[in-house]
Ligand binder design. Sequence first.
Ligand SMILES: [Zn+2]
Ligand SMILES: [Zn+2]
Length: 132
Amino acid sequence: MKSYKMLLEESNLKITPQRLAILKELDKKGHASIEEIYENIKEMFPSISLATIYKNINALKEENVINEVCLHQKPKFEITKEPHAHFICKKCGKIEDVEFSKVIDKEIEKYYPNSQKELYIYGICKDCSGNS
Ligand SMILES: [Zn+2]
Ligand SMILES: [Zn+2]
């Protein structure tokens, strides 16, 4: 993956320590809500407010550096990567990335060119189905 700095350089956004920290957090977690990001980042930036995180998340989203996923629950964010599907556990809410074949991608593109593809799979994850 590209460095966090490069991701920002390719967008029109200024590189700030806060933005770098948000990207690092998303990279580490895979998917995280604004509150989760805030919880971890405030250790590094004790004076940062939730509103500042919000503003930065929105700016990063507008520049397509990050992507909003899972609109049916609390929104979570991830660093923008290749199109992929999301598996969401109906019990614990865990989100997993699911590879989505180039064939499907091409097929969708045929009917809906240049579309933003979001595919969600809802089910029960292995952890939850194991001990029920
Ligand atoms: Zn689960
Ligand atoms: Zn994802």
